[in-house]
Design a protein around this ligand. Structure first.
Ligand code: BGC
Length: 464
């Protein structure tokens, strides 16, 4: 059941990646049909991250009030409608509006879907299950690249394909319930118990549910009625806020979307002569992104969040440094170094820096400010996404490709220090225990189950 839940919520991630990426393949056709200006082009592309910013802003409060399920149903409806309007667009203005609606839906779903999975998952598998969301994003990006390739002569077809996953998300959420944690928070313990039993595949009176359920109820009771901005910024929740904001800041400033949006241009700069090799290399990036996310999923609940993050930032810093050196020197032989650097960067991102902020933002906040906290984290994500994508062309023309990638590399090096000082090990820890640790006032990074926090050799030695 929990895999079905993760798969349905994952459709939201697919739409996130698809709607972000589909414009890349459609732009050259739109330019011919509507003779759009560069400003219109920019607005059309930016409408998605811009709309998403507002979606994330609205979703924080709404998800606490109306519930996780209602918000996903709402977003699903918007996804389908937005795709329909985009496909029927009679001008650039209509397409921009449609993409604003799609962005708004992505902003909502980008917050609610990881939350929905996290609150439904058993603690031991939570990292892997929430990472399904990131996997779905990468599949969406790859899907958009491929759709752009396959329907090269019809942008209307490209956009209309987005209607199908929108409807699938709606249908899937119709048959699912809200999370036990939200139902308990709303003072509906009976429904919460039934929802929990369904998720774990046992009868509602099964004694094995009792312990987990008791903890959920206790936390819900003590949290009910609270949960405003003041509490989110209070000293108790602050360490969680630092982790939520910090990880998305680092994720975006590692330069991922400069690569995702501008890959063909970057490959051209790196010496890939003809357009078809550039597209092929771009599809290669999409494939490595998907495959390495699977590797991350296999690792996240085994080696834990901290080690995976430290490793990810380390290899990303190294790889981005390689690209910078390759670009600055411009020597022919170094093109290969830059290309390998790009693939290593994508691999490190996909296995670690990509999924971990999503996983951890759904884990670290106390229940009563979880929606608000995730809203702030998501706004950080979209805000810096927007800034990176817009600054990239300008920065390249002023400090050069080498300079830009050197900045991204330094950001990743900072990520190592940030992880070391601020990021707790949440692997295998119940959401309620994470909250209890925060309330205890102990340093957040001291949280962690012993097996995950211990060096690998030792952990293995003490396992039964
Ligand atoms: C990021 C997106 C990015 C994607 C790439 C996500 O985790 O938030 O901005 O486009 O990964 O796979």
């Amino acid at each position: 059941m929990i895999y079905f839940v993760a798969a349905v919520a994952g459709i939201a991630g697919f739409l996130f990646g698809f709607d972000e990426g589909v414009i890349a393949g459609a732009l050259h056709l739109l330019k011919v049909q509507f003779s759009i200006t560069p400003v219109e082009e920019g607005m059309m592309t930016a409408a998605v991250p811009f709309g998403a910013l507002f979606g994330a802003l609205v979703a924080g409060r709404a998800v606490s009030r109306y519930g996780r399920r209602a918000m996903l149903l709402f977003a699903a409806g918007l996804f389908a409608l937005g795709a329909l309007f985009a496909a029927l667009a009679i001008g650039a203005w209509m397409l921009t509006l449609a993409r604003l609606v799609l962005g708004f839906a992505i902003g909502i779903a980008g917050l609610v879907a990881p939350l929905y999975i996290s609150e439904s998952a058993p603690a031991q598998k939570r990292g892997m299950l929430v990472s399904i969301y990131q996997l779905a994003i990468t599949l969406g990006i790859l899907g958009a690249y491929l759709v752009g390739f396959a329907f090269d002569d019809s942008w209307r077809t490209m956009f209309s394909i987005g209607i199908i996953p929108g409807l699938a998300l709606f249908a899937g959420m119709m048959v699912l319930r809200d999370t036990p944690r939200w139902l308990a928070l709303k003072g509906r313990p009976e429904e919460a118990r039934v929802a929990m039993a369904k998720l774990r595949g046992v009868p509602a009176d099964d004694p094995r549910l009792a312990e987990e359920f008791e903890e959920i109820e206790e936390t819900a009771e003590s949290d009910a009625g609270h949960g405003g901005w003041a509490e989110l910024f209070a000293p108790m929740a602050r360490p969680a806020l630092i982790v939520g904001i910090g990880l998305f800041f680092l994720q975006q400033l590692s330069g991922i979307n400069a690569v995702i949006y501008y890959a063909p241009a970057v490959f051209k700069e790196a010496g890939f002569g003809d357009a078809s090799t550039q597209i092929l290399a771009t599809v290669g990036v999409g494939i490595v992104n998907v495959l390495m996310t699977l590797v991350g999923m296999a690792l996240i609940d085994r080696i834990g969040r901290r080690k995976l993050l430290l490793g990810g930032f380390f290899f990303a810093a190294l790889a981005l440094g390689m690209i910078a050196i390759g670009a600055v020197t411009g020597a022919q032989a170094l093109d290969v170094v830059a290309f390998v650097g790009l693939l290593v960067y994508i691999a490190a991102f996909a296995a670690s820096i990509g999924p971990l902020p999503w996983v951890m933002m759904s884990e670290v906040f106390p229940l009563n400010v979880r929606g608000l906290g995730m809203s702030v984290a998501s706004i950080t994500n979209w805000g810096f996404n927007f800034i990176v994508v817009f600054s990239f062309p300008v920065l390249v023309s002023t400090i050069g490709l080498g300079g830009v990638f050197a900045i991204y590399s330094i950001v990743c090096a900072l990520g190592i220090a940030f992880t070391f000082w601020y990021v707790p090990e949440t692997n295998g820890v119940a959401l309620e225990d994470i909250e209890e640790h925060l309330r205890s006032g102990k340093p957040f990074r001291q949280l962690g189950n012993t097996a995950a926090a211990m060096p690998a050799g030792l952990a293995g030695a003490v396992r039964p």
